[in-house]
Design a protein around this ligand. Sequence first.
Ligand code: BGC
Length: 761
Amino acid sequence: MTKDMNFIDGLLGQMTLEEKIGQLNLVTPGGETLTGTVVNTDVAEKIRTGRIGGIFGVKSAEAVRVFQDLAQETRLKIPLMFAEDVIHGQKTIFPLPLALAASWDMDLVRATARVAAREAASIGIDQVYSPMIDVCRDPRWGRIAESPGEDPFLASRFAEAMVEGYQNNDLSHPDAVMACLKHFCGYGGGMGGRDYDAVDLSPATLHDVVLPPFVAGMRAGAGSIMASFNTLNGVPMHANRAVITELFREKLGFGGLVVADYTGILELIAHGVAADRADAARLGLTAGVDMDMVSETYLETLEDSVGAGLIKEAEITAACRRVLEAKLKLGLFDDPYHRLDWGRSAQPILTAANRQLAREAVAAATVVLKNDGNLLPLPAPESGKIGTIALVGPFALDRVNMNGTWAVAASPSTVVPIADGLREAVGNAVSVLTAKGANIVDELWLASRLNVHDWKDLSVVIDVRSPEAMIAEAVATASSADVTVAVVGEAREYSGESSSRSDLSIPEPQKKLLRALKATGKPLVVVVMTGRPLVLAEEALLADALLVAWFGGTEIGHGLADVLFGKSEPSGRLPATFPYSLGQVPITYSHRPTGRPAPGRFQKFTSGYVDLPDDVPQNDGLYPFGFGLGYGTVAYGPPRAVRTELAGEDRLDVTVTVTNLGDRPTLETVQLYIGDPVASVSRPVKELKAFRKLALAPRVAEAVSFTVTAADLDFSVAETVTDTRRRLEGGAFDIHVGPNSRDTQAVRVVWNEPKIEGKRS
Ligand code: BGC
């Protein structure tokens, strides 16, 4: 990068007010996947006249070049900045973000973001609207698919890894793209799990649960953030000066660009805080939203508002400076075409290495929930132990759903379907028979909603045959096989934006199929495709082996075959609780204790559900956060602390011995949680503070050590969102270690320290 900040000062000095406002206008030229009803018009003309600063949703290098050429016709030749929703890959699609978080492998997460960055940059994309790091504890919300799940610590590590992968420590390099942390903030807590709905959160919860991933992403260097659609304690985020500017920018030190979400500024009218477009624009700008996405309210009204004395030109200049700085960091002032030119020579799209990474990611993300009698891995194809596999279910041959929600640039044609992957793995040694067995859903109205983004290929195709005929065919197929693999679950657009569900079950036609398959008496492996935690209580009874494969992307077929035959160890651990029943949501392992804690099973006058059976954990779901099995058998010893009395800045080493009792190598994710049994406020029963994913050789015991410091023990005390401090209170702490958030063993230590209050943040 040869140009510097002085260059920006010089440029700003030459710009008219109109040109500055033009830089704040962020548009989409329309076509293909849109997430709102408003689309920009006359895009080319507006670029030529300096009234657009950035574009998103441009799908080809050729189109990027054409638009950039137009920007070069303007008086000051300020380059455009191109953005795209690259959520879990550009062309090579990786498992969904929720699934990548399930890997608990941040090197892998970083590597996927690096591949996505290179693929996107090669067609001229400068900025990606990712990572999405909204902590979510309500799986009714469809956008949990895009998120790293329910836990702020895991989400923070995910945020860092994604930012590092995208930006690669040098944004000016043509193969790096600017990360955009979204959605800022609180979006994951919408009322009733409904998208766009109101969020009410205490300031302390905001600081301890919602903000940590944003702070982690900022510290990792994220160049931008996107405001969220929701209100937060009554104030829409697009008008929330306290949180965006006073807290995130001024107190926490964010120095990058803030973009609106799709028509988020205009929606301030619908939220009931702005009277008209001018009012909305004024509120958005003064809140600290630098770029107005799609609404064009800034473009239309800001100049008049300056004239009327409603806003100061200096506020527009400050926002424009941040847009120009982002372009400077991206190297666009040195060469607006450098990503395009690099892309032409590098051709990094869908390479064998990219596909290989996507294949490995499937195993890393797949969570085994049940594996009775070690049904999995299936015997090696050449062993002769199985002759026929029945591959049943509406996803067996599917390509369209496999990429999951939000893979806007990907094509189903590049996907390896599960049937292909399985057939390739078994060669001629085993025959793989397929049967659809059931429609994803039977209702036409629902199918048409789920096909909302399918302008070429449909995700939900309703079979003309009757449900009974399809089940009969599947049962006949299963009956002639040695083992049945049933692939069932959600259509891809069951999750994602504007895809909240009021029911978390696998759709009924597929449940009927599973019941019929169980009745065949053949061993039943159930593979679940999903973008969210589902209620799998019945499936857990029907299946001999139960796997959550999420939506695995381009290489799902190969990756899943690797898992089924044990070529790869499935090593995913749940990044969000799978409830036992719908009524348990919102749900998290990290809840506060009640005055009448549930003793695990229902007991009158304790916190729980009168209609949940006795063997069901009342408030931590069917499968807890962090849960997942490998193919090995791993035993945990108790955690050992080198000492149990500590003070102040001491460091505490906690060690646990983890033993692979089996005769296969395995991968285990050792998790450390902390509980604070007595404090001035009621603290969550456990909070994740560290984890380590390790490879364990057969019959080997390994000592795993973690270091705990006082920084792991404090919490926020907050009067308002901006008036916050961290507080460390001395006393007893329970350090829990185990394979998931439920099955832990603990050691109690005392951290002697009078109340220490951190500086106000
Ligand atoms: C979504 C964002 C996305 C934007 C641009 C919005 O509807 O909330 O996550 O980045 O559209 O496509």
